[in-house]
Design a binder for this molecule. Structure first.
Ligand code: EPU
Length: 368
């Protein structure tokens, strides 16, 4: 069945090239509109999906030209960065815009700090490695996270005790209504746990074009996360450095999380739920081992991976997809699954956790 779909898809795929004149650069730019295009390879879950219209852009001017052409169309728009946090359960009826704006620029440098601006289409991990090679501290704990720079503030990516908001300075985004670039400060982004204004009230209204980070030349390291400490010990590192922490994180992630180039996945499929202190106390008497992180405001964050693992889901395989064998928070596509398979599996997991613990897990991955 998948094969037939693929053949139909290939047959119907067509390309329309539009040449624009870029008055700023005084040269012609070529923007390619592709119809009924498979975007499977642009998402890390790698489920079959096609976009009604697809167009990549590598500059703000190209993006503006595309949006002007689309001015009268009522088509829904979707921005694709690294495609690392999305699951398509059906084909996308609308315009998929692939952000390929690249470039890195030091916008300010002091004795202690570097403010570096990166194009939204830069690969996140390559950007981290670049900063690590310069010995600029701040994002080494976020090594090996799949995706692009532009997506990092969208959901305030985080790992091993560090979140984007800790190093974020500002971002620039194109307002889809006015076609003007606007700058957002840290406060304006309203960061929360895997949250920002771009996942809420500003969803679908802006396209992030660049992000500026504030990195440290004499960094204070965050090795509080148990796994980092033990990994550094194993590596015989007594004095942490930017590169040693990056290497430790790469080693931990590689051992626990599947490489999306080999096994389709979107990292943590669910968020860690936050419950009230009262609910936690009653759960704790019933389940004394429950993995938890008390929050400053009296609420308690529960490890969703622990809950799912306890329900026996870890490593479960249903044909060509399932739950990862080393981390129950990660759903995987071994090849051949469709988005609905993965979605249905996530619903079954949510139901089983809810029945036993009375906690409704929320999906972290964006669904389309
Ligand atoms: N656990 C289990 N079984 C599992 C997975 C986890 O019992 O299958 C337990 C662990 O033993 C531990 C606790 O749950 O006691 C927490 O596990 P872990 O340290 O692996 O972290 P996590 O809370 O499951 C979060 C992020 C990850 C991030 C890690 C490390 C979320 C939703 N996930 O996972 O982020 O890498 O912490 O900081 O917050 C991602 O967002 O895609 C992602 C991978």
């Amino acid at each position: 069945m998948h094969k037939t779909n693929e053949i139909t898809r290939r047959m119907s795929h067509s390309i329309k090239k539009i040449v624009f004149f870029d008055f700023i650069k005084n040269q012609k730019t070529l923007v390619q509109f592709e119809y009924n295009k498979s975007i499977q390879e642009f998402t890390t879950f790698a489920v079959p999906v096609q976009a009604e219209v697809f167009c990549a852009f590598s500059s703000i001017d190209e993006l503006k030209e595309i949006l002007s052409t689309e001015k009268h169309s009522k088509r829904e728009k979707l921005i694709l960065g690294g495609g690392s946090n999305m699951l398509f359960t059906k084909d996308f009826e609308g315009l998929v815009l692939k952000n390929e704006i690249s470039g890195k620029e030091i916008v300010k440098e002091t004795e202690k700090e570097v403010f570096i601006k990166a194009g939204a289409g830069e690969n996140w991990h390559e950007f981290v490695l670049f900063c690590v090679s310069k010995n600029w501290g701040g994002i080494e704990n976020l090594s090996l996270i799949p995706g692009n720079v532009g997506a990092s503030p969208m959901q305030n990516i985080g790992a091993y005790g560090v979140e984007i908001k800790d190093v974020f300075h500002s971002l620039e985004a194109l307002n889809l209504e006015t076609l003007k670039i606007e700058t957002f400060s840290k406060e304006e982004c309203r960061f929360g746990y895997r949250e920002s204004i771009f996942k809420n009230s500003h969803k679908g209204k802006y396209i992030i074009t660049s992000v500026t980070f504030e990195l440290q030349k004499q960094p204070v390291f965050n090795t509080s996360y148990g796994a980092i400490e033990s990994q550094l010990k194993e590596m015989n590192v007594s004095k942490p450095s930017v590169s040693a922490i990056s290497e430790a994180v790469i080693a931990i992630r590689s051992s626990k999380l599947p490489d999306p180039k080999i096994i389709g996945n979107a990292g943590s499929f669910f968020k860690n739920p936050v419950i009230s202190g009262t609910q936690f106390n009653s759960l704790k008497t019933q389940f004394p081992q429950i993995a938890n992180y008390p929050q400053k405001d009296g609420t308690v964050k529960i490890a969703a991976g622990w809950l799912i693992d306890q329900m026996g889901w870890k490593g479960k395989t249903i044909g060509s997809y399932g739950v990862h064998k080393n981390q129950a928070l990660v759903l995987v596509n071994y090849g051949g699954a469709i988005g609905k398979d993965i979605y249905d599996l996530s619903s079954r997991i949510i139901q089983s956790v809810s029945e036993t613990y009375g906690i409704t897990l929320e999906r972290e991955v964006n669904l389309y």
